[in-house]
Structures are given as C-alpha cells and as structure tokens.
Design a protein around this ligand. Structure first.
Ligand SMILES: [Zn+2]
Length: 517
C-alpha cells in the first residue's frame, strides 16, 4: 500500500498559501475519508473523484483511503482539490507515476466532472501569480488556461480531462511549458468614453480633472438627466493605465469574485456602479466564501454611487473604513479575511427628493423639511470624507443643440494633464495628494499669510472640521500641480515640486468644498 503527496493552494483574501494533498492507502475495510477541516464542497469531492476515476478507466482502490489536506488549520473550500486528490490516489495505488522533480515543483488545480472532465475553478489567476513568484509550474483546467497565463505565461500547463493530466505527467510537465511565452494580448484603453461627448458642464469637467489628478473623492449634485452618470463613467479614461503589479492585483480580485475574471478587463481601471438596493455584503464583501465586494472590485479604479441618499445608511457608514485605510476586513467564523479597497469614490445625488430644486424650467414642490431630511440621509462623517462637491445643472436646450459649441477638452487632453500633475506628486512625496498625511500636509501644502487668513475665514463660514481643512489643503495642492503643468501658466518654468500654493488655488479648493445650496 502506498502514500503520495500532490501540491495545490488555498485562497484567503488575496493570499494563496500552499496546501499539500497527502493520500495514504491502507489495508482494512473499504473507507474513503478526507481530513484537514474540509468544507462541504471538499466532502462532496469524494463522490466526484470516485466517479471520475471509474469513468476514466482507472480502478478505485479497495481498502482504506485517507486524504489529508495540510496544513489542517487552514480553511479550505471550493472544488479545486478534486484533481490533486484524484492524482494522489492514482499515484499511491501506482496506477500512474510521475518523476519526483515534477511532483515537487508543480501544483495542480481543478474540479472533476463525473465523466473525468476538468472544470474551471475560481481564483486561478491568484494561485498562478503565487506559484510564478516561487518559480513553480501549475496545471489547470483548459477553461482556466488564459486566465492563469496572465499571471504565469511561462509556467502554465492545461488539460481538459483527468486523462489529459495523466498524459502530461507521463511526458513530463516541464516539456509542455513554453519558456518563451508572454502575457496574452489584451486591448487596454480602447473605445473609452470621451469627455468631449458631454455637452456643457464646464465646472463639473474641471472638478473631474482635479479629482483624477489627485485621487480625490467627488460628489455631483444635479437634477436627473443632467449628465452625472455620463461624467462619472469618463473618469477611468482620465486615469493612467494600471502598472504591472496593480493590474495583477486588480485581476486577482476579479478572479476570486463571484463574477470571475474577464481577459478583456486586464489592466483596465475598474468602474463599479452598484445599485442603491445592494446589500452591505455585496458592497463590502462577505458571504460564506468571504468573496470580495464592490469596494474591492473597484480597487485602483472608481466606485460610483448614483442616488447616494437612497443607499442603506449602514452600507454608507461601512464605506468609512475602506475610504480611510484602503482595505476591508471581512469577518467569518474561522478567521478574518482582508481585501484591498483603494478606490476613488464618485457619488451623485439629486438636490432634493423630486430632483428639480433650483431648476428654472421645472417646478420643485419639495418642502424645506423634506429637503433637509433627504440630505441628512448622508451622515456628516461620510460627507466630510468627500473632497469635492460640484453642481451639475440641467443643460439648456440651446447648449444641447448649438452647432458651434466651444470645443470641449477631450479625454486624451485631460489625461495628459492628469499624468503630468500625478508625476509632480510622485516626484515630491512618492504618493498622490489624496494620500498625504498630517506631517506631509504641513511640509508640502504650504500657504502664505493671505491664504491662511482666507482659510481661517472659510473655516468658520463652512464650519470645516480639522479633517476638512486637511482635505481642502490636499485639493489646493492638486490644483497648484495642475496649474504648474499647464504650458500657458506663468508657473510653467517653476520646476520646484514643493512650490507654495497660490491663493487662487486655495480659493478654488474652498469653492469646491462648499456645501451645495
Ligand atoms: Zn424638489
């Protein structure tokens, strides 16, 4: 009777610790048990493995089969262990053999169908990224092969059936690996929505560029149909493309999510727009499998919350933690799982319950207490974390129909400004202005005496909290950075990235901080 060990990996948040699948065949009464804290799915894999082995023409060994998924204290779920368990049984019963160096340097993933076919699993990209980092190769179901090759182009093998994997093992997995392969082709940045397609709304477009340049959160307030969603959807097109590791992180989150990974999304800035009826676990993450929520799916991209006051209050409150720290912790029975959630928040709301307050062409009949109640649905602490607020009024029919409308900035032009302004920030502090902490604000957001007077007056008038003042200073820094990158600016030759903030920059930041009235 024999023993065998096959390597695989579990998934915990964005980590993928190694799991050893040990199989022992012993004498005695027929019995098949899996130990190592397996979830229900792993128990069910017994039946699938048994059927797959029989239907692939192998013998199911008589006697006592013990499968140990080690380390035992690691929670395990999903059907990904079917393939390593089946291989372990075949190896332990000497029905197949594999060279030791392959067993030691290769990992196996896949769910088995009853006929022996290999079915795709969730989270392959994450596992592949970890395996590649440790110079190990992986064998995955063919349906997962494209996904795995984004993270491990040179060390991925795939097969469609259990027999296919046995064939690979016989020929030596290494021989099947393409050492020259590169990350699959993907279409990044194509067919973006263009800023120039939005008519009018100069103030909102300016706010959008400032938000993009400094990573600031933004609230758009205006009547239905004014273009709030159109504007928000154009933000990802103003941001620089994702760099290598960022792209891999974003793809890994998608890979372990319910929706799964889509190759066309690779290296794109995510844009997530959950509906206001979405539950807290859909937004923050959770469920029995501790899947990532919208805040993590929007990592390194944009989270757009339309109709902000309609969201459940507890959902809005739970946004405060990721907005501050850039991570979310999801608790479940065994342990806490963390996912990154560094997203840029763009929110939109109507000015009043009916939506037409202040609109000259439509009558608003909302009573002042109704309006106050509507706005009070967004708590002060959340509103305090939104850096920029801008009115998006209805576009007049003249503006819409005018043939010779003044040319609007295109997304490509705006993205160039944003890129230059971001470079100044990275040169100065190795981070974006939205991430500057207390000491750094003192150091990099210097204002002169007149600026301090303006800020003190505005603080009283807008009843700004200390956090609010910091946010105004960060935005003013971004406006100054944008100004310095503008070729027409008198400041253009001033290459000093720590140059002081002018009073006009501060005044614009304060204007964008004002409560919408
Ligand atoms: Zn109204």
């Amino acid at each position: 009777m024999g023993i065998a060990c096959v390597a695989s990996r579990a998934q915990l948040g964005l980590s993928a610790p190694r799991v050893a699948v040990e199989v022992h065949l012993g004498g005695g009464l027929p019995n098949f048990s899996i130990v190592g804290l397996p979830a229900t799915a792993v128990k069910e894999s017994k039946d699938r493995v048994r059927a797959a082995l029989a239907n692939s023409g192998f013998d199911f060994p008589a006697g006592r089969i013990t499968v140990n998924l080690s380390p035992a204290d690691l929670p395990k779920e999903g059907c990904r262990y079917d393939l390593p368990i089946a291989l372990g049984i075949l190896l332990a019963s000497s029905q197949i053999s594999m060279p030791d160096e392959i067993l030691a340097g290769c990992e196996f993933y896949g769910e088995l169908g009853l006929a022996g076919e290999l079915r795709p699993i969730k989270g392959v990209l994450l596992a592949a990224a970890h395996a590649a980092r440790e110079s190990r190769s992986i064998v995955v179901p063919s349906a997962n092969a494209t996904e795995a090759r984004f993270a491990a182009p040179r060390s991925t093998c795939d097969a469609a059936t259990l027999l296919g994997v046995c064939e690979l093992a016989r020929s030596g997995v290494r021989a099947e690996i393409n050492e020259e392969a590169d990350v699959p082709e993907f279409a990044a940045g194509s067919a973006e929505l263009d800023l120039a397609d939005v008519r009018g709304q100069a103030a909102a477009k300016r706010a959008l560029v400032i938000a993009a340049a400094g990573g600031h959160s933004l609230l758009l307030v205006g009547p239905p149909g004014a273009g709030k969603s159109m504007l928000s959807q154009r933000l990802p097109g103003l941001l620089p493309p994702l760099a290598g590791d960022e792209a891999l992180d974003v793809a890994s989150i998608a890979s372990v999510s319910t929706r799964g990974f889509a190759p066309t999304d690779y290296a794109r800035r995510p844009f997530r727009a959950p509906h206001h009826t979405a539950s807290a676990s859909a937004i923050i993450g959770g469920g029995p499998q501790a899947r990532p929520g919208e805040v993590s799916l929007a990592h390194r991209g944009v989270l757009f919350l339309d109709e902000l006051p309609e969201f459940n209050r507890s959902v809005l409150e739970s946004l405060r933690e990721p907005l501050e720290s850039g991570v979310v912790a999801i608790s479940r029975t065994a342990r806490q799982v963390e996912y990154p959630a560094r997203f840029q928040l763009i929110a939109a709301m109507n000015p009043c319950p009916c939506g037409y307050l202040g609109d000259p062409s439509a009558n608003c009949r909302c009573a002042p207490p109704e309006i106050a109640r509507y706005r009070a649905r967004i708590s002060g602490p959340l509103l305090d974390r939104i850096d920029l607020r801008v009115a998006v009024p209805a576009v007049s029919s003249e503006e819409l129909l005018e043939e010779n409308a003044p040319e609007s900035m295109t997304s490509a032009q705006a993205a160039a400004l944003v890129r230059a302004a971001r470079q100044r920030q990275l040169d100065r502090a190795s981070k974006l202005n939205c991430e500057l902490a207390g000491k750094e604000i003192q150091k990099f957001c210097r204002i002169d005496r007149a600026g301090r007077r303006l800020l003190a007056g505005a603080r009283e008038k807008l009843s700004l909290s200390a956090r609010g003042v910091h946010r105004v200073l960060r935005v003013a820094r971004t406006i100054a950075d944008l100004d310095a990158t503008n070729p027409e600016s008198h400041d253009a030759k001033n290459g000093d990235p720590a140059s002081p903030i002018a009073i006009t920059h501060l005044a614009e930041a304060l204007q964008l901080r004002r409560a919408i009235d």
